[in-house]
Each structure stands twice: as C-alpha cells, then as structure tokens.
Write a protein that binds this ligand. Structure first.
Ligand SMILES: Cc1cc2nc3c(=O)[nH]c(=O)nc-3n(C[C@H](O)[C@H](O)[C@H](O)COP(=O)(O)O)c2cc1C
Length: 182
C-alpha cells in the first residue's frame, strides 16, 4: 500500500522553523509517497469537553470531521511541533484531545484504524545548549501516545532555533532531516 503522510503543522505562526525543517525532511520522501499538509490554525476546532462519563459524543462535524477523516486516511502522521513550555503547542494538543472524542465514535473505528500506523515528530525548541533537553517531555508524551494507540513510534527529528529562519543554521538538524524518512 502506498504511504500517505499527513503533516500536521502545530505552530502558532506561519513559515516557522519547525515547518521549514519538516519540509526539508519531506523532500527525501519516495516519489510514490503522498504528502498532505495541514496547518492546524486553518481548521479551528470547537473547545474540547470531557463528556465521556456524561452525555457521550456525537459524530464530529465540520473541521473536526475533516481532521478526523484526514487522520484516518494517513498511513503516517507527522506532528510538526515547536516546543512550547516543554510540551506541545496548543493547536496540536487541542487536536490530540479531540482524539479522545473520535475514539469513542464506533463508526469511525478510530483506534482500530490507527493501530499499526506510524507516528513521526519534527520538533524545534530554542535550547542554545542542545543538552538542555527542553523537548524531552514532549518527545516522551508523543512516544507514550503512540504506545497507547498501538502505533509505531518512529522517533523525533529535533532542531534548535528561535527566530524564523534560524533553523538554517542548525547544520546537525538539516543533515538529520535529509535522512529522517529514509
Ligand atoms: C509560548 C512559547 C513557549 C516556548 N517554550 C519553549 C520551551 O519550553 N523551550 C524552548 O527551548 N523553547 C521554547 N520556545 C521557543 C520555540 O520553541 C522556538 O522559538 C521555535 O523555533 C518556534 O518554532 P516555529 O518557528 O516553528 O514556530 C517557546 C516559544 C513560545 C512562543
């Protein structure tokens, strides 16, 4: 089956370092791999509310249904995530919270469909000393998310930069990007 990569850009700005690094990595994808890019700011989701033990959940609609369907259609999910406060930026965290809803709609077969598929992550933080490890909590949370969903965890492509464009100076990250998907 041809691989279908869904890149979910979770920055709160356009043209940021994380998307730049992810696009370099995507250049090395095989020609027959499909790429689909979504910037989560373009698809606002309703507030997430935990109604698991009260009213339950209805079939998602609008942007939520579009994002659920795009997620289900992907063989490979790529979280494109700047580190915010040692964690995921809110657009990706909010999207991920909605998985808790989509998993509980039997017709979507969400958890069953994602099982065995692959989770990737392109992450950029502004650590000047990469040993500071600002992104370790977000990497750990994504590894655990993959495990919980019975997905394959491909590991992280990590870069260090702050102002837009600075990622071009992170030679180690640019070099790692060239082989991240190979
Ligand atoms: C709200 C906020 C929180 C941040 N928290 C961290 C952090 O915990 N650790 C860190 O190293 N950088 C942190 N940063 C810096 C960003 O990770 C960094 O600027 C990154 O390059 C942004 O990626 P982007 O250009 O793709 O948006 C934070 C930035 C913002 C705006």
């Amino acid at each position: 089956m041809a691989r279908r990569y869904l890149f979910l850009v979770g920055s709160t700005r356009r043209g940021g370092n994380t998307e730049h690094l992810a696009r370099i990595a995507a250049h090395a994808l095989p020609e027959d791999a499909e790429q689909h890019w979504l910037h989560l700011l373009d698809y606002p989701l309703p507030p997430f509310t935990d109604t698991r033990h009260s009213s339950g959940y209805a079939m998602p609609e609008g942007n939520a249904r579009m994002l659920a369907d795009a997620t289900l259609a992907a063989t490979d999910l790529v979280f494109v995530a700047p580190t915010y406060w040692y964690g995921l930026p809110w657009p990706l965290k909010h999207y991920l919270d909605h998985w808790s809803h989509w998993m509980r709609i039997p017709e979507l077969q969400f958890k069953q469909t994602l099982a065995g598929r692959t989770l990737h992550a392109v992450i950029v933080d502004s650590d000047e000393d990469p040993a500071d490890g600002s992104s370790l909590p977000v990497i750990d949370s994504l590894r655990r998310t993959a495990e919980y969903m019975a997905m394959q965890w491909h590991g992280v492509l990590l870069g260090h930069a702050n102002r837009p464009g600075e990622i071009a100076n992170d030679a180690a990250a640019i070099s790692a990007a060239g082989v991240y998907f190979t």
